[in-house]
Ligand binder design. Structure first.
Ligand code: ASP
Ligand code: MG
Length: 461
C-alpha cells in the first residue's frame, strides 16, 4: 500500500484538481493507495484572515468566505456532470453555512481562541477532500472521504498539537481497513474528547507520514510542484539537478538548510518505521523524483547537496577574559534563549578566545541587546572586547552521507572558495560529519554556490 499526499499547490484550481485526479486514478490501477490532501491553495490563509477580521468586528471576512466558496463551486461546475453536482454542492454548502455561523459568532464575541481557529481552519481540508473523493467517485472508483479527526489523536496544544502516535496508528489502521480508495484530510486531528486540532502549518506532510506509519505503507509519496530535491537552488546554480536518492539524514539536513521540500520533523513517523519517502511532481508525473530511504549506496560522490540560508547575521564575542572560565558559553546561550533568539550555528576555536554566534538577521537587535546586558560587567572591565554585529551574510552548507570519514572534503571546499577570493567568516562541522556549514557575505553567495557545485557535483547529475 502506498500513501500519496498532494499539497495545496497541486490543488490550486479545477485544472490542477483534474490533473491530480488523473494521477490518482492512474496510480490506483498500479496498486492499493491512500490519498492525503491539503486544502486548496490559499484556503487556509484565507480562513485565518477571515477569523482575524471577524475577531476585529470587520465584515470583510465575508469576502474571504466568498472567495473560498467560489473556488470550490467553480471546481464543481467545471469537473462534475450536471447530474452529479447536486450532492456535492449540498455537502459543501452545509460546510459554508457552518463556517459562516462560526465566524459570525467570532464577530459577535470579538474573540477567536486558538481552539476556535483550529476548527475554522479544519474546513479547508474537509472541503477539498469531500470534493475530491466525490469527484473520483463520479469517475467510477469508490473513493471515500476520511476525516482525520476520527483517526489522529493529539493533545490540546491548538495550532500545533502533539500527536499520540500509538493511539493514532491503531485508529487509522482500523478506519482504513476495507476501504477501496480513502481520501484523508491532511493537517487536522482531534483530542481524545473529539475537539478539533491542527498539526501546524503545512502539516499535511506530517499526516501522510503518520498514516504511512499506521498502515506500514511500502512508500509515502509527497507530490509537489518540483521534480524532487535539487542539488542546489536552481535560481542560483544553473547546473543544479534532481538528486535521485537521499538518506533520511541527508534529507533532514538539506531541508533544515532551506531546501523546502519536506519538514524534518514530519519525517519522524516514517523514519521510525523505515518507510521510504518519494518526492514527486504532480506537473511532471513521469519524473522519477527523489527517493528518501534509510541508507543510500553511492560511490561516486561525497557531497550530495548544497544549501544556503539568506538573511544571516553574526556576533563574535571575543576577549582574553573568556579563557578557561567555565560558564561563559552557558550565560551567552541562556541570554539569547531568554530573548528568543534562535541560534543557527556556533563556532568556538580551542583557544577559547572567541565564540561566534550565528542567527537570523531579524533577531539582530534582540541578540545584541541581550548579550550586552548579560555581559555588561565583562565589557566594562574589558575582559570581553566590545562586539559588533555583522549583517548581510549567508550560511551555506554542503551535505552528504559519504562526507563521513572522507578526508579532503573541507580542503577542497575552502580552497575552491579561496581561489575565488571569497572570505569565510565562520565554519562549523558537526561530528556527524554529514554537514559542513560556513558563513560568507551575501554578495559572494552566487559565486560561492556555483564554485562549490562545480567542485563537487559537476557532471554527477
Ligand atoms: N492547509 C494547511 C496549510 O496551509 C496544511 C498544508 O497545506 O499542509 O498550512
Ligand atoms: Mg502546503
Amino acid at each position: 500500500m502506498r500513501v500519496l499526499k498532494f499539497g495545496g499547490s497541486s490543488l490550486a484550481d479545477w485544472q490542477r484538481i483534474e490533473n491530480v485526479a488523473k494521477i490518482v486514478l492512474d496510480e490506483f490501477q498500479r496498486g492499493k493507495i491512500v490519498v492525503v490532501l491539503s486544502a486548496m491553495k490559499g484556503v487556509t490563509d484565507r480562513l485565518i484572515d477571515a477569523s482575524r477580521k471577524a475577531e476585529m468586528g470587520r465584515e470583510g471576512y465575508r469576502e474571504d468566505i466568498r472567495w473560498i466558496s467560489e473556488k470550490h463551486f467553480e471546481t464543481v461546475r467545471r469537473l462534475f456532470q450536471p447530474k452529479d453536482q447536486t450532492g456535492i454542492i449540498t455537502s459543501l454548502q452545509l460546510m459554508f453555512n457552518e463556517i459562516d455561523d462560526l465566524l459570525h459568532g467570532v464577530e459577535l464575541i470579538r474573540e477567536c481562541s486558538p481552539k476556535t481557529r483550529d476548527l475554522i481552519m479544519s474546513f479547508g481540508e474537509r472541503m477539498s477532500c469531500t470534493l475530491f473523493a466525490s469527484y473520483i467517485e463520479s469517475r467510477g472508483v469508490k473513493a471515500e472521504m476520511v476525516d482525520a479527526r476520527e483517526c489522529i489523536k493529539t493533545n490540546n496544544r491548538f495550532g500545533s498539537a502533539i500527536v499520540d502516535f500509538e493511539r493514532s496508528y491503531k485508529l487509522t489502521a482500523g478506519k482504513l481497513k476495507g476501504k477501496v480508495l480513502p481520501v484523508i484530510t491532511g493537517f487536522i486531528a482531534s483530542t481524545e474528547e473529539g475537539i478539533t486540532t491542527t498539526l501546524g502549518r503545512n502539516g499535511s506532510d506530517y499526516t501522510a507520514s503518520i498514516v504511512g506509519a499506521a498502515i506500514g505503507a511500502e512508500c509515502i509519496e509527497i507530490w509537489t510542484d518540483v521534480d524532487g530535491v535539487l542539488s542546489a537552488d536552481p535560481g542560483y546554480v544553473k547546473d543544479a539537478f534532481v538528486i535521485p536518492q537521499l538518506s533520511y539524514q541527508e534529507a533532514m539536513e538539506l531541508s533544515y538548510f532551506g531546501a523546502k521540500v519536506i519538514h524534518p520533523y514530519t519525517m519522524i513517523p516514517a523514519v521510525e518505521k523505515r518507510i521510504p519517502i518519494r518526492i514527486r511532481n504532480s506537473l511532471n508525473p513521469s519524473a522519477e523524483g527523489t527517493l528518501i530511504t534509510e541508507s543510500v549506496e553511492r560511490q561516486d560522490r561525497a557531497v550530495t547537496g548544497i544549501a544556503s540560508i539568506d538573511s544571516i547575521a553574526l556576533i563574535n564575542v571575543e576577549g582574553g577574559g573568556m579563557i578557561g572560565i567555565p560558564g561563559v558559553a552557558a550565560r551567552i546561550f541562556g541570554a539569547l534563549a531568554k530573548a528568543s533568539v534562535n541560534i543557527m550555528m556556533i563556532s568556538q576555536a580551542s583557544s577559547e578566545h572567541s565564540i561566534c554566534l550565528v542567527f537570523n538577521e531579524s533577531d539582530s537587535q534582540k541578540a545584541l541587546d541581550s548579550l550586552r546586558e548579560e555581559l555588561a560587567l565583562e565589557l566594562e572591565t574589558k575582559r570581553i572586547e566590545n562586539f559588533e554585529l555583522k549583517r548581510d551574510l549567508v550560511m551555506i552548507a554542503i551535505i552528504g552521507e559519504n562526507m563521513r570519514g572522507t578526508p579532503g572534503i573541507s580542503g577542497k571546499l575552502f580552497s575552491s572558495l579561496g581561489r575565488e577570493g571569497i572570505n569565510v567568516f565562520a565554519i562549523a562541522q558537526g561530528s556527524s560529519e554529514r554537514n559542513i556549514s560556513f558563513i560568507i557575505s551575501k554578495k559572494d553567495e552566487v559565486r560561492a554556490l556555483n564554485t562549490i557545485h562545480t567542485a563537487f557535483l559537476k557532471g554527477k547529475g
